[in-house]
Design a protein around this ligand. Structure first.
Ligand SMILES: [Zn+2]
Length: 326
């Protein structure tokens, strides 16, 4: 290590007129100082390179963070929009439930009317509740946002309304079945009851009861009604039944009798033509003969009788006045 103790002498000549200056430096310094500078330089390069890498990583991270934040912001806005839509849907559902309840009340009222028509006592169905009904019309006021938790209570209210509607619909079913059966029975009864005009003509030429006999002029009992018309006009069965008589008689001429059951019979006389035989089943309104003037008659007409439990009754109250077509 002898060379380390060696020195280098630097001569500096500043100017021709000035004296020469000499510096003597040990060789060690000449090696160590540049080495330290080089080391520092390398360190600085490494440091700056690391720093710049780190800072670009930081920038990336920040960019990602702000992108995420923007995304979340957008999602939040969308969610808020969805919640508002759901709340609106809930309100609409509640309104629909109210409409359904209203319609159910209407159905209940219709059913009660139907029951009255067919002669069943309308029971104490919960149709006429004292509920306030909201109707179409002017509205107004300040529109405030829904308070927190309003959606929950709206949802549970709508659920309650719908489950109550379900229960009531279920309860209505047996009632409606009963009414349906009653209507069917009523219809069956109506089919075998002589409620229609037995001819197209509505011209009554002689009423039921005491009258002056057209042949003798004496007071007699007329056991039916006479409906005036033309020979050949259709004569209809006033109700469903079975033909129990189809004959030609000196007084009643060509006549047909129908048994409708329940003790009710109808008879059609003075026909020009009989179009039904004993044993034939006929439906209400079926053609059974043609109008005429056979037997004891002054002109073409239908002598129509209604017999209940063997006795003659006035046919007019049986005929529905509002019925246009036979
Ligand atoms: Zn008569």
């Amino acid at each position: 290590m002898k060379w380390m103790s060696k020195t280098f002498t630097f001569v500096v000549i500043p100017d021709a007129n000035q004296s020469v200056q000499q510096f003597r430096l040990p060789i060690m310094i000449l090696i160590v100082v540049p080495a330290i500078i080089a080391l520092l330089a390398v360190s600085a390069i490494v440091f700056f390179s690391l720093y710049s890498k780190h800072s670009s990583f930081n920038n990336d991270l920040q960019a990602q963070l702000s992108a995420s934040a923007a995304k979340y912001e957008q999602q939040l806005t969308e969610k808020e929009g969805s919640i508002a839509d759901l709340q609106t849907d809930l309100v609409q559902l509640s309104e629909q439930a109210e409409t359904m309840e209203r319609k159910m009340a209407e159905i209940n009222e219709l059913e009660a009317e139907l029951k009255q028509i067919v002669g069943i006592n309308p029971d104490s169905s919960p149709a006429s509740s004292s509920k306030i009904v909201v109707e179409e019309g002017g509205q107004g006021g300040q529109e405030l946002p829904l308070p927190d938790g309003a959606s929950d209570s709206l949802a549970s209210e709508a659920m309650k309304q719908y489950s109550s509607i379900g229960e009531r619909l279920e309860a209505m079913k047996p009632n409606l079945e009963e009414t349906k059966q009653a209507v069917l029975d009523y219809q069956k009864m109506l089919n075998v009851t002589p409620t229609i005009w037995p001819a197209d003509s509505r011209k009554v030429t002689s009423l039921f009861g005491i009258r002056q006999d057209p042949f003798t002029g004496r007071a007699t009992y007329h056991n039916g009604v006479d409906i005036g018309g033309r020979t050949g006009d259709p004569v209809y069965a006033a109700a469903e039944g079975v033909i129990i008589l189809s004959e030609k008689d000196g007084t009643l001429g060509n006549n047909v009798m129908i048994n409708h059951g329940r003790g009710i019979r109808t008879r059609y006389s003075h026909l020009s033509k009989r179009l039904a035989d004993v044993g034939d089943k006929v439906t209400k309104g079926q053609l059974i003969g043609e109008m005429g003037s056979t037997g004891r008659s002054t002109g073409p007409h239908l002598h129509y009788e209604v017999i209940v439990n063997g006795g003659h009754v006035n046919p007019i109250p049986y005929i529905k006045a509002d019925r246009e077509e036979p």
